[in-house]
Design a binder for this molecule. Structure first.
Ligand SMILES: Cc1cc2nc3c(=O)[nH]c(=O)nc-3n(C[C@H](O)[C@H](O)[C@H](O)COP(=O)(O)O)c2cc1C
Length: 359
């Protein structure tokens, strides 16, 4: 059983942006949380360290709805320092995955409808509006925060047509400064985006990732910085990244989507346009990878005597998954796909793992 989604895949991104959120997130109800928050996230008290990662919360209206429905750590979808277009519709399709999505099981077919256990492909291309729009919009979402909640803002840099690596890195620093000006309390840099100008993800390029982190930290000083990382198959590569950036960042959020080939039932490319035969898949079939990364990040934190906060992401869809991530070493847990079709998930988990929640 799934609920009416808060982001409607049948509509365009712009339509969702202008008219969403939908379903439960469109209702004015506010979850009442009583007593004092018993947890913290990067120094901020939260009732439950559970939230929505960068993606489904397209703008301030979505973030405000998430806060009202009891998501104590919502992330404002990744922004850029200038307007950037969205890929052509459709941007979200359900996919069939037998078991876990792995490199041995990544040739997928679309599913006719959205049902549990739910896995989807999402393909937006990280669209953005100008800071003139998102700075006041984010500031108003931050002002909407209730007791025991904190908003996170995600961003990434863009390589311009004639841009050098130095310009690309400077664009991350500019994004961080523009976000800091909004009064948001925590930044998240998306290192699981393409390392623009190369064929790889940024987090797989240790040297460039370190340059980006240094540039951001020089700009924002003590403002807590989370890095969003993809699933690493290679342990040595993960250790190299953590050794290089771990001392300078405050949090790591992992994982992002895992790439798969997606065709329709007739065997044709499912998402229209060049470069979209392979796209990112998220939801239940990647939970194994999210748990695996959390456990490895927790081990590395001990081994390297570091202190970053770990946010576990990937396929969490109920209280058991939340607890599985916490047991693996996550300080906080976030869910995107499952929350899109079950916007009541935060209150459901809270009613199972917290005492003092009045509905
Ligand atoms: C609709 C949608 C849009 C997303 N957009 C972004 C994004 O802009 N930036 C980002 O870092 N991750 C983005 N993600 C990835 C999620 O943050 C998350 O890492 C991934 O979906 C795995 O979590 P899940 O299995 O709970 O969906 C997006 C995910 C979804 C479903």
């Amino acid at each position: 059983m799934v609920s009416e989604p808060m982001y409607d895949p049948a509509r365009t991104y712009q339509d969702n942006f202008d008219n969403g959120p939908f379903g439960l997130f469109a209702s004015p109800d506010v979850l009442t949380q009583t007593g004092d928050p018993q947890s913290t996230f990067l120094g901020h008290p939260v009732y439950l360290p559970f939230g929505i990662p960068a993606g489904p919360l397209l703008n301030g209206n979505f973030v405000k709805a998430a806060l009202d429905k009891g998501y104590d750590i919502p992330v404002y979808k990744t922004v850029r320092t200038h307007r950037y277009p969205c890929h052509a519709w459709p941007n979200v399709l359900a996919v069939k995955v037998d078991g876990d999505l792995t490199t041995a099981n990544n040739h997928l077919t679309t599913a006719p409808g959205y049902s549990q256990p739910l896995s989807i492909t999402n393909s937006f291309g990280v669209p953005s509006f100008d800071p003139d729009f998102w700075q006041p919009d984010l500031a108003s979402a931050v002002a909407h925060t209730h007791k025991g909640q904190v908003v996170v803002a995600s961003f990434q840099g863009t390589l311009n047509e004639h841009g050098s690596a130095a310009d690309y890195i400077a664009d991350f620093a500019l994004g961080a400064r523009l976000l800091k000006e909004t009064g948001v309390k925590i930044l998240e840099v998306n290192l699981s985006c393409p390392n623009e100008g190369t064929a790889n993800l940024l987090c797989f390029d240790t040297v460039r990732s370190r340059e980006v982190v240094d540039a951001i930290k020089n700009e924002v000083g003590d403002l807590p910085l989370i890095i969003k990382c993809a699933y690493f198959a290679d342990d040595a590569k993960l250790k190299q990244l953590i050794q290089s950036v771990g001392p300078y960042i405050q949090g790591i959020s992992s994982i992002n989507t895992i790439s798969a080939e997606v065709r329709d039932a007739a065997g044709n490319q499912a998402l229209p346009g060049e470069g979209r035969l392979w796209s990112g898949v998220c939801g239940a079939s990647i939970k194994w990878a999210g748990l695996n990364m959390v456990a490895r990040l927790a081990r590395l934190r001990d081994e390297l005597d570091l202190s970053y906060t770990i946010t576990g992401v990937g396929g969490a869809s109920n209280a058991t998954d939340y607890l599985d991530f916490r047991s693996a070493g996550a300080d906080a847990v976030m869910a995107a796909t499952s929350v899109m079709w079950n916007p009541a998930l935060a209150s459901e988990i809270k009613s199972q793992v917290l005492d003092a929640v009045a509905q």
